[in-house]
Design a binder for this molecule. Structure first.
Ligand SMILES: Cc1ncc(COP(=O)(O)O)c(C=O)c1O
Length: 393
């Protein structure tokens, strides 16, 4: 065994000691509300399937139909022979949803951010190193895409448009191309970027605004269109409220063509398979009519926030279907997660580097499959004064 292997082992031991070691828990899921681990059933408050579409018959039927008709794989990258005619219809639906001239389907949200940003920030194409202003709590895939391009991120304080304005002003008159990067709904905080303000700053400073709408698409905005209205480029995923897998970029025709020519994640990766495209296509049809589900999810999250705050928990600045309970230390977050697990609730402890040091938390996500009494049971389990009881009884 090469000597370097022992170094990886030592790294894992350090992670263990610091309460930072991660592991994969094998689960079984047969519906959108619960998961099973071995013989035990838990209510799932940890997933991103906000509209509970993973098990929706419309998605399953179209996935099955498209697998039957078009096969289970696409056979090549989109630039070789993988560009099935199915893509055009889906891209038209995404462009309409996002009110942009064009859209491009990509393999996953991570891959889209990693490779689209790398392509956009190419200094040879731009003629200069770009100035990339980025919310410091942006998703790892956004930071990854910036790093891959070699562009230095100029990070502004989380959701702080005033700070962004100050940083932009420092570069007033600088002719290098400017970009602003933000999520709309932040994945670990459940708060919303001040997009109107950020959009105004982008126009004022001639910056291109790129919004990752992963956690808003399907679940927020008119007909589930998300919150990215002001953006020049919207990146998002079908893996959360749309219940499936895959990602999109919505943008101008020129940018779409540029990405087809320059985006490594599109060029060097096999196209999404037909059953996955079928599920995406059905979800895009369905979300337009799911206002009642969106309202239900918002009311569950609000019920939980109010209850958790009354119990003395810190729910940060969340206003959406994602609600953190900020525990502070890694061990505090892990023990709270275990306490809930013992009471029948599955909620993951989120620790650094996913969140800043000292802000380890439980991340609760509310979905259309849950009920108000599920939330009340969860709040009972969080209350030290109450005895744990079975969640699914
Ligand atoms: C803001 C954000 N962008 C991108 C991604 C990646 O999306 P995907 O899971 O489709 O790779 C995620 C979730 O993991 C996310 O939270």
């Amino acid at each position: 065994m090469p000597g370097s292997e022992s170094r990886y082992g030592a790294y894992l031991e350090t992670r263990e000691r610091d309460g930072l070691r991660r592991g994969l828990t094998a689960i079984e899921a047969r519906d959108a509300r619960t998961i099973r681990i071995g013989a035990d059933t838990y209510l799932n408050f940890a997933g991103n399937d906000y509209l509970a579409l993973r098990f929706h018959p419309a998605l399953i039927n179209r996935a099955e139909a498209w697998a039957e008709e078009h096969g289970v794989g696409s056979g090549a990258s989109r630039l070789v022979t993988g560009n099935l005619d199915l893509f055009a219809g889906i891209e038209a639906k995404v462009a309409a949803l996002k009110q942009k001239p064009a859209a491009l389907i990509m393999a996953s949200g991570f891959q889209a951010n990693a490779s689209v940003l790398q392509a956009l920030f190419d200094r040879n194409v731009l003629g200069a190193e770009p100035l990339v202003f980025s919310d410091r709590l942006n998703h790892a895939s956004i930071h990854f895409g910036c790093a891959a391009s070699g562009a230095r991120e100029i990070r502004y304080r989380h959701c702080d448009a005033a700070h962004l304005g100050v940083l932009l002003s420092q570069y007033q008159g600088d002719q290098r191309p400017k970009f602003i990067l933000t999520e709309s709904v932040f994945s670990m905080d459940g708060d919303i970027a001040p997009l109107a303000e950020i959009g105004r700053l982008a126009r004022e400073h001639d910056a291109m605004l790129i919004v990752d709408d992963a956690h808003a698409t399907g679940i927020m905005g008119e007909g589930g269109c998300g919150l990215s209205g002001e953006a020049n480029i919207v990146i998002g995923t079908f893996s959360k409220a749309l219940g499936g897998f895959g990602a999109y970029v919505a943008c101008s025709d020129i940018l779409r063509d540029y990405l087809i020519n320059r985006c490594t994640g599109l060029i060097y990766s096999t196209a999404l398979p037909p059953p996955v495209l079928g599920a995406i296509d059905a979800a895009l049809d369905l979300i337009l009519s799911l206002d009642a589900e969106r309202a239900h999810v918002a009311s569950l999250a609000e019920r939980f926030r109010a209850g958790a705050r009354a119990l003395g928990f810190d729910t940060g600045a969340s206003t959406t279907q994602i609600v953190p309970l900020i525990a502070g230390t890694n061990h505090a977050a892990l023990s709270l997660s275990k306490r809930l697990r013992d009471a029948g609730y599955f909620v993951t402890a989120i620790r650094p580097p996913t969140v800043p040091v000292g802000t380890a938390r439980l991340r609760f996500a509310f979905t259309a499959a849950q009920t108000a009494s599920d939330v009340d049971g969860l709040l009972d389990a969080l209350d030290d004064r109450a005895l744990p009881r079975s969640a699914t009884a």
